[in-house]
Design a protein around this ligand. Structure first.
Ligand SMILES: [Zn+2]
Ligand SMILES: [Zn+2]
Length: 258
């Protein structure tokens, strides 16, 4: 059977992160950082019925990724998947929890999720690739450094979604206190536009159609700067892919494969 996969960024940035991965009439939310109501509203605006959601899978416990989980899972009676570290620090009352580990792939409905470890100031954060049939989507947000493992896992994806959090000059000359600047720039913080460019050019391959940038900082980045830096890097590496930038708090997509 010919399967399709569609990834839709419902929201991205410190105000809330959520990506809906779907195929035909079913899907999974990767993070639920918007309120339940806003998640429903944004899904409907893309023509998706929230009842299509079979589960929520979490990358880590930060509120901008988990704000709507409790309400959404309760209302739609769906389970939440996450690493033990993530689940133990997310308020989840009366919700069915499924523990995942970066050692194993996990099937959620028709989707195969392959989690892999990333460094971020959270308990046990992961990024994922999601596959259905021969189609593969890679999603990595909220990570402070790029490792060979990350590049290897993300390679050969049809669609690559990565964080491009800050422009280093804007962050360094911006109003954030020094400790916060240090944390963000550390290998457990967030990816700069330069880092995102590096990851994008390493992870993109012949079969990659698009690279989608996520989690842009409102204070320390602009869509133009992210596009220029990552786009320049992709060009210098001779990676001819479409580059899509998601504005802070905005949605993007749907990106349909198949
Ligand atoms: Zn975040
Ligand atoms: Zn985070």
């Amino acid at each position: 059977m010919h399967e399709t996969i569609t990834a839709t960024v419902l929201s991205s940035g410190s105000c809330g992160n959520s990506i809906f991965v779907s195929s035909e009439d079913a899907g999974v939310l990767i993070d639920a950082g918007l309120s339940c109501k806003e998640t429903e509203r944004r899904m409907s605006s893309f023509g998706f019925d929230p009842a299509m959601v079979k589960a929520i899978i979490l990358t880590h416990e930060h509120t901008d990724h988990t704000r709507g989980v409790q309400r959404f899972c309760t209302k739609y009676e769906v389970p939440v998947y996450g690493t033990d570290g993530t689940l133990s620090l997310t308020p989840l009352d009366g919700i069915r929890m499924v523990s995942i580990s970066s050692k194993d792939s996990v099937h959620v409905d028709r989707f195969m999720f392959k989690p892999f470890p990333i460094k971020h100031f959270a308990a046990e954060p992961v990024a994922f690739t999601v596959s259905i049939g021969s189609k593969k989507v890679a999603i990595a947000s909220d990570l402070g450094s790029v490792t060979t493992r990350i590049v290897d896992e993300m390679k050969d994806s049809d669609l690559v979604l990565i964080e491009s959090n800050y422009d280093d000059d804007m962050l360094m000359h911006g109003a954030y206190p020094d400790f916060l600047k240090r944390t963000i720039r550390s290998d457990h913080g967030h990816l700069s536009n330069e880092d995102a460019g590096l990851l994008a050019s390493e992870a993109a391959s012949e079969r990659t159609r698009s690279v989608v940038l996520l989690h842009l900082s409102k204070e320390n980045n602009t869509p133009d700067k992210a596009r220029e830096t990552v786009g320049g890097r992709l060009m210098r590496s001779h990676r001819h892919v479409r580059l899509e930038v998601t504005e802070h708090g905005g949605s993007n997509g749907p990106f349909r494969l198949g």
